[in-house]
Design a protein around this ligand. Sequence first.
Ligand SMILES: [Zn+2]
Ligand SMILES: [Zn+2]
Length: 294
Amino acid sequence: MQKNQIHWLKSIPFFTIHISIIAAFFIPFHWKLVTLCIASYSLRMFGITAGYHRYFSHRSYKMGRIPQFLLAWLGSTSVQKGVLWWSAHHRHHHRYSDLPNDIHSPIQSGFWWSHLGWVLCSKYDETQWEQIQDLAKYPELRWINRYYLLPGILYAMILFIWGGWGAFIWGFAISTVLLWHGTFTINSLSHVFGCRRYATTDTSRNNLFLALITLGEGWHNNHHCYMSSTRQGFFWWEIDVSYYVLRLLSWIGIIGELRAPPLHLLHTKLLKPFPRNQKPNRQTPDAEELLERA
Ligand SMILES: [Zn+2]
Ligand SMILES: [Zn+2]
């Protein structure tokens, strides 16, 4: 049995991209580069939140096979491993949230492990096929899951050819590092800081700041309570940019059957304090089970 430890050799590319952002100091600064960085971040964060998370992990809306592949491709440009690998680990997280089996629980293993340690550990390199049988039937998804680095490498090359080192460093390196840590905060910080509306048996929390930097993923307590919902901000004041874009895509017919949280869940307040660092003592119930309780 492998240990929970970072594989430093395999992690060299991860740290190299972090170090490469120092190059920004040697490139003439221009606000256009900052705009490019933000645009590249937002586009690819959408690939993760609307694609890897809400579509592939939770199947919270429907689309055809071609847009499905394109969304998997877009998510892959964020260099967060394969779409099937990501979805399988995420489903596992929901099944065992904050219990000893949870691979990235800050309550079980601390902040750094939940934030990035587990991603850099060889023990979790394999795709958990038993979790994603519904997705594994598509050969094109198995293919992109296997060659998951291809979209990211092509994306970086296009930026370089188009705009030289400036576009590469700001549009790819800096943007990718921000994208990594932005996504990772949902595994680490959103189980520690924020408010709890629903008495889920994990430690998930709702956090406006995290929702803003992740285009809506910060409403993590809502999400753990009803994970099948396309929208994670359940109320109009809970900003959820990914959902706004998905609504737009549904209006023009690219996607459909967006799922919403049940009305009675919205009108029920299941407030229950959950002290920080307290370990849950039972398996996270399914959404249906929570609904019954609501
Ligand atoms: Zn979670
Ligand atoms: Zn989820």
